[in-house]
Design a protein around this ligand. Structure first.
Ligand code: IMP
Ligand code: MG
Length: 181
């Protein structure tokens, strides 16, 4: 894979490794004595999730859910969001930390907060690899953020464009993406 095919790398593998290690240490500190359950949001968070887990030195458990977004530009909220595959565990006993790839408009995080709180976890927090605050449509913030990035469409390290580029080992901008992605 030639870099130029994917535009400019915005976050290198080395920067990512460093940041994931720091996040792991912080989460380890914050969740001492808790019953930590990491929930990965598929598909985008898979690469970040796989690296974050071993960076946390706690006897945590893992689970996954999958979100389906049906975009509809005519709707104010950008379309409907649903859970297409839910977690398998009963969340009541867990301190849940949801692991996301990126927070953009904030609709997905807002939706996840509502549906997960309805399952009564002991506590709920969010960790995202990337945050694009300039694109926010609803006021919501993640508790742990890997990198704040400008309003540019990015791919790699789990993030896709039309389901491709997820295997790129770093985060890169993709050129020629329309502004209303
Ligand atoms: P939100 O509901 O608008 O915050 O959208 C979050 C979802 O949109 C993410 O989980 C991604 O799947 C997708 N997304 C937003 N921005 C990007 C990007 O720059 N690259 C790839 N996917 C993105
Ligand atoms: Mg996506």
């Amino acid at each position: 894979m030639k870099d130029r095919l994917f535009g400019k790398p915005v976050i290198t593998q080395e920067a990512m490794r460093k940041r994931v290690r720091a996040l792991g240490l912080q989460i380890t500190k914050d969740y001492q004595g808790k019953n930590l359950l990491l929930i990965g949001v598929l598909k985008g968070a898979f690469a970040f999730f796989a690296d974050l887990c071993p960076a946390i030195s706690l006897p945590l458990q893992v689970d996954f859910l999958k979100v389906a977004r049906h975009s509809d530009k005519r709707r104010k909220d950008g379309g409907s969001i649903s859970i297409s595959s839910n977690v398998s565990l009963d969340l009541k006993n867990y301190d849940v930390l949801v692991v996301e790839d990126i927070v953009d408009s904030g609709y997905t995080l807002t939706f996840l907060k509502e549906v997960i709180l309805a399952q009564h976890p002991k506590s709920l927090r969010f960790c995202t690899l990337l945050d694009k605050p300039e694109r926010r449509k609803v006021a919501i913030a993640a508790d742990y953020i890997g990198f704040v990035i400008p309003d540019k469409f990015v791919v790699g390290y789990g993030l896709d464009y039309k389901n491709k580029y997820r295997n790129l080992p770093y985060i890169a901008t993709l050129d020629n993406i329309s502004d209303d992605y």
